[in-house]
Design a protein around this ligand. Structure first.
Ligand code: 3PG
Length: 320
């Protein structure tokens, strides 16, 4: 028999690659399930503020139970940690609600096409607010991202301004969330899982009064009996699925953030959107025109170019 000997280093590299691959696959799969059930819930119960609140509540509940039963270690937090977390939670809340409002008005695929433009927002915010400058290839990579998103938006059969603006606001909010999170996590002993747990809890506290103020009266006016008869018997399971999977995909992504570079993270996030766009089009049988799909492809290709330009920028800095 032929036996192939692998040296220790090869084995470690292979094990690391396997782990990263597994993380990516888990993150994307959880996200696809979340997106599908979230849309099913929104189709039956078009109250995005309240459904966003439920997903944060489910995550907070899961983590409180995990801490109480010692499945997860309770984090040691202090007032400085909470102060640093506050702007992250505000941005997370706005980004989450805005994305959910968007998905309540347009196809899941459309929301994610616009959300694939997030790198453009990242550059814009870093240039305008942080005074950063970037090499020319990076700015040029924004042309296909913005152009592709614009083409997809103008050719979208079911275009809706609230749906479009929701995805744009979500992009902007998540760029701020990522900037603040990186600052907040630096040098802290709270790991990714617990960081996200604290984030959900604070977001839940921020969002609840607003969600009740915005949508409470509408649900009240509809009447509980009507609301229940309108939603059907499986609704409760869809809510459970969307809430639990929302927490799980975010938790995995925050744990992931600890392991990989922000660059690999953002490439993974864009690839995640491709998986979500394709699977939601198949599942919800959304009609798409070739020119619409072309816009999405250009935007996603632009994100790939952006990641390449970012990598060049990183190497350039190392050489300096
Ligand atoms: C949300 O509801 O928060 C969004 O669907 C999140 O989108 P993202 O995590 O894919 O950016």
């Amino acid at each position: 028999p032929i036996s192939i000997e692998f040296d220790e280093e090869t084995k470690i590299v292979a094990a690391h690659k396997f782990k990263i691959g597994l993380y990516f696959a888990t993150w994307w799969a959880l996200n696809v399930v979340f997106n599908i059930y979230n849309k099913k819930v929104l189709n039956a119960f078009p109250f995005p503020w309240l459904t966003s609140t439920l997903s944060l509540a489910a995550g907070s509940f899961i983590m409180l139970v995990s801490w109480a039963t010692r499945i997860a270690e309770t984090p040691k937090t202090d007032i400085d940690f909470l102060k640093a977390l506050f702007p992250v939670a505000v941005a997370h809340t706005i980004g989450h609600v805005a994305a959910t409002v968007s998905m309540s008005k347009v196809a899941v695929s459309f929301t994610h096409i616009i959300k694939s433009g997030e790198p453009a927002f990242s550059v814009l915010v870093s240039s305008l607010f942080l005074g950063q400058t970037f090499p020319l290839p990076l700015y040029l990579s924004l042309v296909p991202i913005i152009g592709g998103c614009a083409l997809a938006a103008v050719t979208e059969l079911n275009f809706n301004l609230t749906g479009f603006m929701g995805a744009m606001i979500s992009n902007l909010a998540f760029v701020f969330r990522n900037i603040f999170s990186k600052k907040g996590m630096k040098g802290k002993s709270v790991g990714g899982m617990n960081y996200y747990a604290c984030l959900s809890m604070m977001s839940l506290l921020i969002l609840t009064p607003f969600a009740i103020a915005v949508e409470g009266p509408k649900v009240w006016a509809l009447g509980w009996q009507n609301a229940v008869s309108q939603i059907g018997p499986n609704f409760i399971w869809w809510v459970v699925a969307q809430s639990v999977f929302y927490h799980l995909y975010n938790q995995v992504s925050y744990m992931f953030l600890n392991e990989i570079s922000p660059l690999t993270f953002s490439i993974g996030n864009t690839m995640k959107r491709i998986v979500v766009i394709v699977s939601s089009i198949i599942i919800f049988q959304n009609p798409i025109q070739p020119v619409n799909a072309l816009g999405a492809t250009i935007a996603i290709f632009g994100t790939f170019l952006y990641s390449q330009a970012k990598q060049l920028e990183k190497f350039g800095k190392k050489d300096e």
